[in-house]
Design a protein. Structure first.
Length: 145
């Protein structure tokens, strides 16, 4: 009898390890390459940026790191906009940092709604960095798997 109880405890422990491992592997990574030519309308900035966004579907937490260089001035705001296809402009969905002087890299986290998670996974968000010279956005990139 004790042998069966021990075997059941070992099996339960293995299931817990498997479940924890599966949850850790379930995070999803998205990337964005930001340029001035992808802004709508495009502008003449030489600035570029690259972002990595990691979604944990179990907790709905999105974390990010967005680096940039070559902007016309300090980054004054950064957001995820959408839902939008490339070439479309939409409103702010997720602020990526407080408005003001945002040093590179811009890092943070937010909890998404189910609809926001679906839009993100469908490639319907773009990252945007704003400056005083380009208040509507200086560089932009679609966030994709």
């Amino acid at each position: 009898m004790q042998r069966y109880i021990l075997m059941a405890m070992v099996a339960a422990a293995l299931c817990c390890v498997q479940a924890t491992s599966s949850m850790a592997q379930s995070s999803m990574t998205f990337k964005a390459h930001l340029t001035a030519k992808d802004e709508v309308p495009p502008n003449a900035s030489a600035g570029t940026g690259d972002g990595t966004f990691t979604l944990n579907p179990a907790t709905k937490e999105l974390t990010w790191s967005l680096s940039y260089s070559g902007l016309t001035g300090p980054a004054t705001a950064s957001h995820l906009h959408g839902p939008a296809k490339p070439g479309e402009n939409k409103g702010v969905a997720v602020p990526l940092g407080p408005n003001g002087n945002l040093p590179s890299p811009i890092t943070g986290k937010a909890t998404l709604t189910d609809a926001q998670m679906a839009d993100l996974q469908a490639g319907m968000y773009y990252a945007n960095i704003h400056t005083d010279a380009n208040k509507g956005g200086e560089i932009r990139g679609q966030v994709m798997k």
